[in-house]
Unconditional design. Sequence first.
Length: 137
Amino acid sequence: MEIPTGKKLILFDGVCNLCNRSVQLVLKRDTRDVFRFAPLQSEWGEKLLAARGIDPSQTDSIVLIDPGVAYYIKSDAALEIARDLKGYRALPFLFGWVPRILRDWVYDLVARNRYRWFGKKEHCMIPTQEEMAKFLQ
């Protein structure tokens, strides 16, 4: 399974309403066409996590894979994604100085409560025809 050349891949919780809204925001703000997407629960998601030795039980909300460079989880993933989004590029500079342990504590708090606070779908989101090209299948 190959990630398209020159693209970064966001693995997200496909049944989480907050995660789905975040994907919609990235789709809207990704003016340079940097990102591709796959649900963590998909065959792509499972294989890409396994290939990087990432335990899905420890990382259940977002993973950013920058092929040939690195992968990022939790708050690091969110900040790295923001670097490439129109209107959000300053976030890594504003919050990057906050120690990762504190950023991840806040991230984990939201992640633990995301279904209760934002809801959960029974199935992964269904992209529009236009968005479909940005999802790995």
